[in-house]
Each structure stands twice: as C-alpha cells, then as structure tokens.
Design a protein around this ligand. Structure first.
Ligand code: GLU
Length: 477
C-alpha cells in the first residue's frame, strides 16, 4: 500500500499571510484532503531578527478564517535546531559533509572573481579534501568552521516535479552548500530537509521560487540516503498586467481581504482557480474542490490576479448564503468601515431583525460585505436623513411633490404590510397616470437617502410605519 499522503504548509513568519501563501496552503490542504492524508503546519521561524509573534498570529488566524485546518500542532522550526545540528554532525561523521574554514575575505575574493567572469558565485571547494592537521591549524588560528555538504562534482541533480516536469541541474553549477553556520546555527536549506523528513512529508507543494532550492535539498536528501518527497512547484501569481504582484494588484495580507468584505468560501474558490483548472468549471463548493483537485492540472504559466473575478465570485456566494450567516459575517468587517462602530453599537435584537428582513433584497445587490453594510446604512440613519447627491436630485426634480401627494394616502393606511403598501402605491400610480418607478424613486430617496436600495416595499416594511412616515415628512417639506 502506498504511504499515506502528508503535505505541509511552511510559512516564514516574517510577514503576514499573503495571497500567494494562502494559495499554497490551499493547494496543500486540498491535496491532503483529496487523498485522505494530512496537512501539517510548520512555522519557519529560524530568522530570529525578522520573525514576529504578530506575524505568527496573523498566519494562524488567516488560515483558520480561510477554513484551512492543519493536522496536529503547528511545528516551530527554530525549536528543532538541535536536531538539525545533529544531522549536520552525522553527515560530517559519515564524510558527507566537511568543515570549511574559508574566511570572509576569501569568500569575497571568490565573489569578485565570479563577478569579473560574469558568472554566479560558487564556493570553490577549497576545504573539501584537507587533512586533519590543516583543520587543526585553522582552529589554532582561531577560525570557526561552517559545515558544508560534500555535493557531487559530476553528473546532474534531477527533480521530477509534478508541475514543472523533469528539471535538471548540472552538478558543476551547484557548489557545496552550507549546512551549519560557524555559530552553529543550521541553514534554512538543512532545516527544511530535516523537518520534511522527520515530519514524514510525502509531497512538497510550494511556489516555484523554491525550484532551485529543490535541487539543493535533493542533494541533502541523497547525502543522507533519505527518500526525496514528491515535489510540486506552482507558478507565481502575477498582477493583471503580467508584472510582479504589487499591493495595488492584491498582494495583501489575508486579513485585508477579510476587511474588504470577502467571504472565505469565495476566496477559496477564487484561489483554487489561480493556477489550477478543472475543465471550464469556475464555481466549486469545498467538497467539489476536494474531489477534483489534482496537481496534474496545475498549469506551468503564472496565474494573474483579477479583483473583478474575485468580486463576482463573492457576489455569487453572498447571494447563496443564508441571511443569518451573512449577518454573522459582517461583525468582523464593521470595525473597518466608516461609521462601523456606531452601527455595531446600534445592532441590538430589533436592528438585527430589521437587517435580516432587508437581507434578501440587500444581498442581491452587494458583491462584498462592505457593500452589504452600505446597502443597510439606511436602517441606521438618523433623521432627518441627508440625501446623497443622486437622491437629492430626485427630490429636487419633482420628488418632493410626489411625496406630498402620497403622504396622506400612506398616513391613512390601517395596515402596514407589503401587500397593502404595494396596492396603495400602484393605485396611486395608475390614478395619476405615472409609472411605478416615478413614485418609487422619490420614496426611496426619502426613506434611504440613496437612489438605490432593496425593493421599496421591503424598505417600508423594514423601517416600520412610524419611521417611514417620519422620513417621508422630513423630505416632503
Ligand atoms: N518558508 C518558506 C517560505 O515561506 C517556504 C519553504 C518551503 O515551502 O519549503 O517561502
């Protein structure tokens, strides 16, 4: 029986969880879930200067919000430094690695020479085959060694990548990489291999900016006689114009997408299609994604980020969402919108009930939760409303007269329900030879202060009799 699939997401907590990282996490998660395996989480916090608690928190929160759960506890790479060191020592003892005492000046000279010859810097292996006496002499001069991998000199290093295909490097282009620094700290290259091995990772799925690292890491696996995991290097995400993804394009932390009012289900659906396809299907429930996900259908060309597409997907999922779920989803968005704190403060049971009542009409028109909040602002508006420019124009150009004519009829109504209100206003439209819209527009302007809103009869009902009539009187003056 083949091994159970184990994937891992291995972010460096030097920044927040950005959109590319979220996609990498999603692909790892889907692959594991698809095959009944596990996705592990490893926080690569070995860069002590740049790793922060805040970034770790943002990564864990972002994954949780996106619904990408990991198996077991998160593993912290820095805590495993002793194990990394032990592996480097074992390689040294087995002759697969050696101590190198090259000084910074010597390395600088190698760098300069490479530059002059127009080639990348390669360590020249000058300490590969030294004697014990030479090493002892270097120690006696106070030099502290790094431990370098004794990499193969001839032949090729090959990565059979599940996305990129077979990629090969001529070994004379890969120098003897450092495993352990002179202060005894393990390098990133060593730590990743040891951790992936110890965690039983079967599939490494990550951005293709790590492809060259894959060759280096393969050499370490081979030196240790460990099985190299399957690798899948997925293309980067570019901006819509094909340039490197910038902030303006969407290179933001996941928490920014949350604040912009996107739903996790929509973001997951959007991210899965960034680089992966399944025929021409665009909409995937989470179950469908899991059932269909396959590394074979990850493309080799970079995906382009497209906000409009994300918005459309989000609108789709908002229309499908249960009203109560949408109401629950707006709470974390409120602090990020103008006047959101006031709205949050007013959101008691009665306001919640009103919002829920208006929700079917509101969610039809909103592509994000921020737009949903905007659409619901009329509920929270204080009298007298200050109409926006479009609503003011409607009121100024004949709207006020319409309100004046309608008010007595509405005031006379004994019932304030949808059917009664609709019949009354339709009858007025017919009696005066006007279209329904000619009456609805001024009513909307007066009741909501906007030129667009949910259906006008819904607005009446949601606001209730007293508030509706008061708002109409305010604007009819
Ligand atoms: N920590 C690396 C990064 O955030 C990923 C390493 C890996 O996936 O092997 O880019």
């Amino acid at each position: 029986m083949p091994d159970a699939i184990v994937t891992r997401f291995a972010p460096s907590p030097t920044g927040f969880l950005h959109i590319g990282g979220a996609r990498t996490a999603l692909f790892n998660w889907l692959y594991a879930r698809r095959h009944g395996g596990k996705m592990l989480l490893r926080i690569e916090d070995t860069d002590r200067e740049r790793s922060t608690e805040a970034a770790i928190g943002a990564i864990l929160d972002g994954l949780t919000w996106l619904g990408l759960d990991w198996d077991g506890d998160a593993i912290y790479q820095f805590a495993r430094a002793d194990r990394h060191r032990a592996v480097a020592e074992a390689m040294l003892a087995g002759g697969r690695a050696y101590k190198c005492y090259a000084t910074p000046e010597e390395l600088d000279a190698m760098r300069e020479q490479a530059k002059a010859e127009g080639r990348p810097m390669r360590y020249d292996g000058r300490w590969r085959d030294r004697t014990d006496a030479e090493r002892a002499a270097a120690e006696a001069r106070g030099l502290r060694p790094v431990i370098r991998l004794r990499a193969p000199l001839a032949g090729e290093t090959i990565v059979e990548d599940l996305v990129q295909g077979r990629v090969s490097w001529s070994n004379d282009n890969l120098d003897d990489l450092v495993l352990l620094r002179s202060d005894g700290t393990p390098t990133y290259m060593l730590a990743v291999v040891v951790d992936d091995h110890d965690m039983g990772v079967t599939h490494v799925i990550r951005g293709d900016d790590h492809l060259t690292n894959a060759a280096r890491q393969t050499q370490i696996y081979e030196a240790m006689g460990w099985k190299v995991p399957a690798m899948a290097h997925i293309p980067m995400i570019l901006g819509p114009d094909g340039a490197k993804l910038s902030k303006r394009h969407g290179a933001l932390g996941i928490e920014a997408y949350r604040a912009m009012g996107y739903l996790p289900v929509a973001l997951r659906n959007y991210l899965v299609r960034l680089g992966w396809s399944h025929g021409d299907q665009e909409i995937f429930s989470t179950e469908e994604m899991i059932a269909a996900f396959d590394l074979r259908n990850v493309g080799r060309s970079p995906a382009r980020f497209d906000f409009a597409k994300l918005e459309n997907l989000n609108g789709h999922y908002m229309r499908q969402a249960a009203d109560a779920d949408l109401l629950a989803a707006i709470a974390p968005v409120l602090p990020h919108v103008e006047g959101g704190e006031r709205i949050a403060g007013m959101l008691d049971d009665s306001m919640r009930a009103k919002w829920l009542q208006a929700m079917p009409g509101l969610k039809e028109r909103a592509k994000t939760l921020v737009e949903l909040i905007d659409g619901a602002r009329f509920l929270f508006a204080e009298r007298p409303l200050v109409p926006d420019a479009k609503a003011a124009e409607i009121l100024d150009k004949g709207g006020r007269a319409v309100l004046k004519a309608l008010l007595p009829r509405l005031e006379a109504l004994a019932d304030w329900d949808l059917a009664t209100l609709e019949a009354t206003i339709r009858a007025e439209a017919e009696a005066t030879g006007q279209k329904l819209g000619a009456l609805a527009q001024p009513l909307r302007a007066a009741l909501t202060g906007r030129a667009t809103s949910p259906g006008i009869f819904d607005v009446f009902v949601v606001l209730g009799r007293a508030e509706s009539l008061a708002r109409l009187r305010d604007q009819a003056r």
